[in-house]
Design a protein around this ligand. Structure first.
Ligand code: HQG
Length: 179
């Protein structure tokens, strides 16, 4: 498969598994799983099971997972569909986690903390490098460090997605080191 084809399928999967399954009349269960057969029979973008497996295996951020017998697939994180519940166990975070953002959001973040915005969680990275590439999607990255363990001590829950993105519901400003 060409890199272009791989990217097209990956973007299509993000669309239908994270945001708009209705685009192809796809049904997700409450944990975000879809039937592989329903995806393969869609009319918008045709690909084979072999191509789908290749995209999932080689995806740069490991965005998607199959169930044990490869009959179901879901996105590991990044959903905007409010009804999808990933059903992850809370995990203890490291002392610090990182979030890459850009200047234009800083006034709001200082006032309201990190919010989920359109997604189901605030996404945090375990290292500055990853946070930098997340922030750079939107301009010149500003990296915020988050006192994650202190948050946990105050009762905030953290989840680690299958592809190692840290997820939480809200980061109040008092846990963010702005400089
Ligand atoms: C910002 C990608 C104003 C926040 C990445 C971010 C990640 C606020 C944007 C994953 C705010 C939301 C998620 C507030 C947060 N006021 N702006 N109070 N709180 N923001 O895309 O973390 O390629 O939903 O800083 O790698 O950028 O899609 O979140 O800039 O893992 O797989 O609002 O998406 O992965 O943007 O990225 P997003 P994100 P994929």
């Amino acid at each position: 498969m060409t890199p272009n084809n791989t990217k097209r399928i990956s973007k299509f999967l993000s669309l239908i598994l994270r945001h708009s399954p209705e685009t192809i009349n796809l049904k997700l269960d409450k944990n975000g799983w879809a039937n592989v057969s329903d995806i393969l029979s869609n009319k918008k973008l045709r690909f084979s099971i072999e191509e789908l497996k290749e995209v999932v295996a080689n995806n740069d951020k490991q965005r998607f997972s199959f169930n044990e017998d490869n009959t179901k697939i879901r996105a590991n994180q990044g959903h905007s569909i409010r009804s999808v519940e990933l059903d992850l166990e809370p995990q203890s975070p490291p002392p610090f986690l990182y979030h890459g953002t850009v200047h234009k959001f800083m006034v709001d973040i200082k006032k309201n903390g990190l919010q989920k915005m359109n997604r189901n969680h605030v996404h945090l990275s375990k290292d500055r490098e990853t946070a930098t590439s997340v922030g750079n999607r939107r301009g010149k990255a500003i990296i915020l460090s988050i006192r994650a363990q202190d948050m946990e001590k105050e009762g905030f829950k953290f989840f680690l997605s299958e592809n190692k993105v840290w997820l939480t519901d809200l980061v109040p400003p008092k846990f963010i080191n702005f400089k």
